[in-house]
Design a protein around this ligand. Structure first.
Ligand SMILES: NC(=O)c1ccc[n+]([C@@H]2O[C@H](COP(=O)([O-])OP(=O)(O)OC[C@H]3O[C@@H](n4cnc5c(N)ncnc54)[C@H](O)[C@@H]3O)[C@@H](O)[C@H]2O)c1
Length: 336
C-alpha cells in the first residue's frame, strides 16, 4: 500500500507539481485546499498526470474541525505543507492576513498532526527569509533577515518548527527554502494559474508575450547589481517538486528538523530573464521601468551544496527549460 501524504495547498502552483511528483514517486497524495488562489479545475489534471485517484478536500487550514476530519477520513502518514499566501506586495499591505494564514495555518496543522500522531512534515519555506544577505550565495547557515512581512511569516514558522523538533524527538521535519519557482510542467498541463494577476516574473512575461498584458514592469534598475536589475535564483517548478519528494524520502530515516535551500546556484537578473524569454517565444517584450517595490532586495542566490550532500537533490533543468515550459503553458491557455 502506498503511504498517504496530505498536500496542503495541493491545487496551487507548487502544490500541484508536488502532488504529481509524489504520486510518481510511489506515494498516495491527498489534497487540502480552500482554492483561495487556485481552482478545482486542476484536480482532473492531477489525476491524469499522477495515474491514480487524487482525493481532495475543500477546506481552510485554519478550520480545526475540517482539518481533523481530513486526518480522520484518510490514513495520513506525512504532510507536505505548501498552503499559504506568497505575495510580497500584498503582505506589506495586509500583515494580519499573512500572519493569520501562514502562521495561524501552520499552527492549526501542527496541532492536528500532533493529535493524530503524524510527525513527518515537509514545509515549503522561502528564500525570502534571507532578505539581503551580506554575501552571496546564501547558505543555510546565513543568518535570516527577512525584509518583508511575507518573509517574516516564513521565519516565524521555521523557528516554531525547529522549537517543536527540539522539544519532541518524534518530529521529522524538512524545511525547504525555495528560491524563485518558475516554469511549468513539461507536459503543458500544469503551471502557475492564480486567481488574479500572477506574481512570478516568468508568468508575467508569458502574458505580455501573449498580448494579455501591455508590458513588463522592471521594478528598479538602480539596484547594486551588474545591470541594475534585481538578481534571483530561478528554479524549475518540477525541480522544486522533486526536492519535496526527495525530502520526504529522506525523512523516513531522520529525526529532528533540517533546513535546505532549493535553488540552482545561478544568479540571473531581470534583464537576463527578459532576454531569455524573448529568445524562447520569438517575440519582443515591452518593458517599463518602475520604482522598487517595498520589501524587495537586490540579490538572492542559493548555495546548493547542502541540499545535494544531504538529500541528493540538485536542479536538473536550466533557464532555457524554464522559459520554454512557461511559454508552452501560456500557449495552451496559461490557465485552468
Ligand atoms: N512560487 C514560488 O516561487 C515560491 C517560492 C518560495 C516559496 N513558495 C511557497 O510555496 C507555497 C506555495 O506557493 P505557490 O506559488 O504554489 O502559491 P499558490 O498561491 O499557487 O498556492 C498556494 C495554495 O494554497 C491555498 N491556500 C491559501 N490559503 C489557504 C488556506 N487558508 N487553507 C487552505 N489552502 C489555502 C491556495 O488556494 C493555493 O492553492 C507558499 O507557501 C509559498 O510561500 C513559493
Amino acid at each position: 500500500m502506498p503511504e498517504t501524504v496530505l498536500v496542503t495547498g495541493g491545487a496551487g502552483y507548487v502544490g500541484s507539481h508536488v502532488v504529481v511528483e509524489l504520486a510518481r514517486g510511489g506515494y498516495a497524495p491527498v489534497v487540502l485546499d480552500n482554492f483561495a488562489n487556485s481552482t478545482p479545475a486542476v484536480l482532473p489534471r492531477l489525476e491524469s498526470l499522477s495515474g491514480r485517484p487524487v482525493p481532495w478536500v475543500n477546506a481552510d487550514l485554519r478550520d480545526l474541525v475540517a482539518v481533523r476530519r481530513v486526518f480522520h477520513d484518510h490514513p495520513i502518514a506525512a504532510v507536505v505543507h505548501c498552503a499559504g499566501l506568497k505575495s510580497i506586495d500584498e503582505s506589506e499591505e495586509r500583515p494580519l492576513a499573512y500572519y493569520d494564514v501562514n502562521v495561524g495555518g501552520a499552527l492549526s496543522l501542527i496541532e492536528v498532526m500532533g493529535e493524530a500522531g503524524v510527525a513527518t512534515l515537509v514545509f515549503t519555506s522561502s528564500s525570502a527569509v534571507y532578505g539581503q544577505a551580506a554575501a552571496l550565495p546564501v547558505s543555510e547557515e546565513t543568518p535570516p533577515s527577512p525584509q518583508n512581512v511575507y518573509g517574516r511569516t516564513k521565519r516565524v514558522v521555521e523557528d516554531f518548527l525547529r522549537d517543536l523538533a527540539r522539544a519532541n524527538a518524534n518530529w521529522r521535519i524538512a524545511i525547504l527554502r525555495c528560491f524563485n519557482a518558475a516554469g511549468a510542467h513539461t507536459t503543458g498541463m500544469l503551471g502557475e494559474a492564480p486567481r488574479g494577476r500572477p506574481s512570478g516574473l516568468l508568468s508575467l512575461l508569458a502574458r505580455v508575450a501573449a498580448g494579455e498584458l501591455s508590458e513588463i514592469q522592471v521594478t528598479g534598475n538602480d539596484w547594486p547589481t551588474p545591470d541594475g536589475t534585481g538578481v534571483r535564483d530561478y528554479v524549475h517548478i518540477q525541480d522544486v517538486a522533486q526536492a519535496h519528494l526527495q525530502a520526504l524520502k529522506w525523512l523516513a530515516d531522520a529525526h529532528g528538523a533540517i533546513t535546505q535551500n532549493v535553488g540552482t546556484g545561478r544568479a540571473q537578473s531581470v534583464y537576463e530573464i527578459i532576454a531569455a524569454f524573448e529568445r524562447a517565444c520569438g517575440r519582443r517584450i515591452g518593458q517599463l521601468t518602475a520604482a522598487r517595490r517595498a520589501g524587495d532586495v537586490a540579490a538572492c542566490v542559493a548555495d546548493t551544496k547542502r541540499a545535494y550532500e544531504a538529500l541528493g537533490w540538485r536542479a536538473t533543468r536550466g533557464l532555457d527549460a524554464v522559459c520554454a515550459d512557461t511559454w508552452k503553458w501560456q500557449k495552451s491557455g496559461g490557465r485552468l
